[in-house]
Design a protein around this ligand. Structure first.
Ligand code: URA
Length: 203
């Protein structure tokens, strides 16, 4: 049996998830995006990172966390000595939501309804990868993974537990680091790395 085949109803592989999410119109976002972007990394990875949704670059390239936020995530993983290919990296929402301003596509956060509509795809992915633990990168991921609103400011660096028993480490979305004032950026990056360090023990 191929490694990416799941003995379970529903989504049997990441290719299947890609095809199914490409067609998904359960919320309005998919109609305007270039393509869906599903998670990537090691199947059966012990640790799964969950972001918000693909950004402009991810939408164009079809891969998660390859734009500016992805570069920051890569830098943090590198600082921790975690090769990206031993973890799994995904998003709460599988299509890019944006607003057109001239020729620029400006990221728009998904609504709660949109994230809720996409949740079954994320749960399929979790069932496929079967991570021991997850990292919620920001409030959208935290809400989707936990099933209720989470204050990232209050809970960052802490482990919460899902209904399925899996632990979820709460931290910021890396793009939040891009909005920090230049003077404070290094400290903010170090704090992000310190949060993620807590997830190293599951590897
Ligand atoms: N931001 C996210 O949340 N996910 C990506 O894949 C890229 C940027």
């Amino acid at each position: 049996e191929p490694e990416d085949t799941l003995a379970r109803d529903g989504i049997g592989s990441l290719d299947h998830l890609k095809a199914a999410t490409m067609r998904c119109r359960e919320c309005p976002i998919g109609e305007f995006a270039t393509q869906s972007v599903v998670g990537e990394g090691r199947l059966k990875a012990p640790l799964m990172f969950v972001g918000e949704q693909p950004g402009d670059q991810e939408d164009l390239q079809g891969h998660p966390f390859v734009g500016p936020a992805g570069k920051l995530l890569d830098r943090a993983l590198e600082a921790l000595g975690i090769p990206r290919d031993i973890v799994f990296v995904s998003n709460a929402v599988k299509h890019f939501k944006f607003e057109l301003r001239g020729k620029r596509r400006i990221h728009k956060s998904p609504t709660q309804r949109e994230a809720a509509a996409c949740l079954h795809w994320l749960e399929d992915e979790i069932a496929l990868v079967q991570p021991k633990a997850l990292v919620a990168l920001g409030a959208t991921a935290a809400r989707s993974l936990m099933g209720h609103a989470v204050s990232v400011t209050a809970e960052r660096g802490k482990w919460l537990e899902r209904a399925d028993g899996r632990k979820v480490l709460i931290t910021l979305h890396p793009s939040a680091l891009l909005r920090v004032l230049p003077d404070e950026r290094e400290a903010a990056f170090d704090a992000f790395v310190a949060d993620l360090k807590k997830a190293k023990k599951v590897l």
